[in-house]
Design a protein around this ligand. Sequence first.
Ligand SMILES: [Mg+2]
Ligand SMILES: [Zn+2]
Length: 161
Amino acid sequence: MNKAIFLDRDGVINKELGDYVKQLSDFEILPHVVEGLKIFQENGFLLIVVTNQGGISKQEYGRSEMESMHQYLKQSLFKEDIVLNHIYYCPHHPNQSKCLCRKPASLLVERALAKYQIDPSQSYFIGDKQRDIDCGMAVGVKGFLIEPNENWVPIAQQICQ
Ligand SMILES: [Mg+2]
Ligand SMILES: [Zn+2]
């Protein structure tokens, strides 16, 4: 079995703007992310992002804009020798349609657990909203709730000590 760190995207990986992150120029990787992900990767964790992107359903931005941000993120991290294993996203918004994948629902985490043979009891979720924590807890993944844009390197050090 593998172990993984699940990370919310906006406010954990890139800067939370208080509005949808709609385009590449809005996407600012937070300064502590490389250090934090390296700690996890060196300690044998898979790195998996799980993000609600309801702005797609609301047509605030498109999948192609989101994909360009995710490409940029993966490439920026890869230059630092960090492999982001998977980015799962929910494109739905409850105003438009119901779904089973929007956090706090746990479907996307369940998919990751199955695909990568992850043991939830050895895995953690870092998020800046209670729904992130609830999403992990629903499948036995312990959560760490941070403030938006907070430096979570101390959490990585604590988990990996
Ligand atoms: Mg967030
Ligand atoms: Zn969904």
